[in-house]
Design a protein around this ligand. Structure first.
Ligand SMILES: Cc1cc2nc3c(=O)[nH]c(=O)nc-3n(C[C@H](O)[C@H](O)[C@H](O)COP(=O)(O)OP(=O)(O)OC[C@H]3O[C@@H](n4cnc5c(N)ncnc54)[C@H](O)[C@@H]3O)c2cc1C
Length: 400
């Protein structure tokens, strides 16, 4: 069988792999994407923050995605832990940091469908619907073995094959994994009252219960709770589940109706020692996983892609190939602090909710009071959560 040659082969056609494939093909690299483009509705949405939206805008994808998205103009936090140090509800408005919205919420399956539609039309991008079975990076080339026996040659392979990544294992990159005694129930809801572009997060003893707006009188729910409770909720019929959700939401959005399939996702985490091996770069959940708190996961995955794009474009300007060690080292330097700090922040918030120790309750309560009450701190925290940091990838910066 003849081998096909590419500059870059991406493995995994999730949101991160699809965006990577579109981005590298648009830069003129001969690109292939290995993976299935089929999607399935799972009651999940993703909130995309400012930097992600800028990146998708730069790739010409945002006008279509925006039509399916709802803006998050206000974020409301309600402490529902029953703690002695319970702060009053806090509201944060995007206008306070000169934004129209903190982010935009879109159904996961719709995002994937639109990215796949764009990929099918993208010049310079070859779609290979099979599964990758083997990887090896040696000298100045890498090869990918497909499940049907075909072999692809590439200068750089990008592993976007998710948390159980075979490529990461075959490259010998160590991953640390951990789990939480929680699962997230995910479902899309229709409701009687307008959400007013407001996302509401109730902090409960078992984790956050978060309602995020969708277009119209619809919202998505991520209910992080004990695994037994998530399974019990998932087993209820639509009417009883809607009633329990309305009760937990303190009837904020009026009567609820279940509008689509539901999912239960066990909470776990993963971090890696390295973001690259010879001729291989890790992006998205191949490199980092944490609980769906603060809507960070995919935003971080898109930052991986935008940072890798900068590194390989810079390498090309130096006359180097995309898989050159210099490009991969630049990529690693850019990702390390960003990924580590987000992983720690999400993990710490989750653990203070789970802990019933008074000092943890006090710190969380005092922290929210301070953030809510001190103007400059309040704005700094809002910016930190949603705006790209200094040194962010070029296509995510506000000046572009
Ligand atoms: C309940 C919930 C809510 C969330 N909300 C948000 C949010 O609001 N904002 C946010 O930013 N993030 C959010 N996240 C996180 C976000 O969903 C993930 O970070 C993101 O979907 C990960 O995408 P990915 O492409 O890296 O991985 P995946 O979606 O796992 O994609 C990996 C792909 O690789 C394929 N694959 C695996 N092995 C192979 C192989 N050998 N060959 C070919 N293909 C292969 C798989 O089939 C899959 O298609 C949420 C997560 C959860 C669970």
């Amino acid at each position: 069988m003849t081998k096909r040659n590419f500059d870059i082969v991406i493995v995994g056609a999730g949101a991160v792999g699809l965006t990577a494939a579109l981005s590298f093909a648009q830069e003129g690299f001969r690109t292939a994407l290995v993976g299935s483009l089929e999607t399935r509705r799972d009651g999940r949405t993703v909130a995309l923050f400012d930097g992600s939206v800028r990146f998708l805008e730069a790739l010409g994808l945002w006008p279509t995605l925006e039509k399916h998205s709802a803006p998050l103009a206000t974020m409301r936090l309600i402490d529902d832990t029953g703690s002695l140090f319970r702060p009053p509800p806090a509201e944060f408005h995007a206008s306070e940091i000169d934004l129209d919205a903190f982010g935009w919420n879109i159904e996961n399956a719709t995002l994937l469908e639109e990215l796949a539609a764009a990929a099918r039309k993208q010049e310079g991008l070859t779609l290979i619907p099979g599964m990758a079975a083997g990887f090896e990076g040696v000298g100045d080339a890498a090869w990918i073995g497909l499940a049907d026996g075909e072999v692809l040659n590439a200068d750089l392979v990008v592993a976007a094959d998710g948390r159980h990544s075979k490529l990461r294992q075959q490259a010998g990159i160590e991953a640390k994994t951990w789990s939480y005694p929680q699962s997230a129930l995910t479902v899309i809801l229709a409701h009687d009252r307008d959400h007013r572009d407001t996302s509401t997060e109730f902090h409960t003893r078992h984790g956050p219960f978060t309602l995020v707006p969708l277009p119209g009188r619809r919202s998505s729910l991520v209910w992080v709770t004990s695994t037994e409770n998530a399974e019990r909720l998932a087993g209820l019929d639509d009417a009883h589940l809607a009633l329990e959700i309305e009760r937990q939401a303190q009837s904020l959005l009026g009567a609820m109706r279940i509008d689509g399939p539901r999912g239960v996702v066990p909470m776990s985490g993963l971090s890696v020692s390295h973001y690259y091996a010879p001729r291989l770069a890790l992006v998205g959940e191949t490199a980092h996983v944490f609980p769906p708190i603060g809507a960070q996961g995919l935003n971080l995955g898109l930052r991986d892609v935008a940072a890798l794009r900068d590194a390989i474009v810079d390498a090309r300007e130096e006359g180097l190939s995309p898989g050159d060690d210099m490009a991969l080292r630049q990529y690693q330097r850019g990702r390390d602090i960003d990924v580590r700090s987000r992983t720690t922040a999400v993990d710490s918030l989750n653990r203070t909710l789970l802990s019933e120790l008074m000092p943890a309750d006090f710190l969380r309560g005092a922290g929210l009071l301070a953030i809510n009450g001190i103007g400059p701190l309040r704005r700094a925290v809002m910016r930190e959560g949603v705006l790209p940091r200094i040194g962010a990838p070029r296509l995510m910066q506000r000046s572009t």
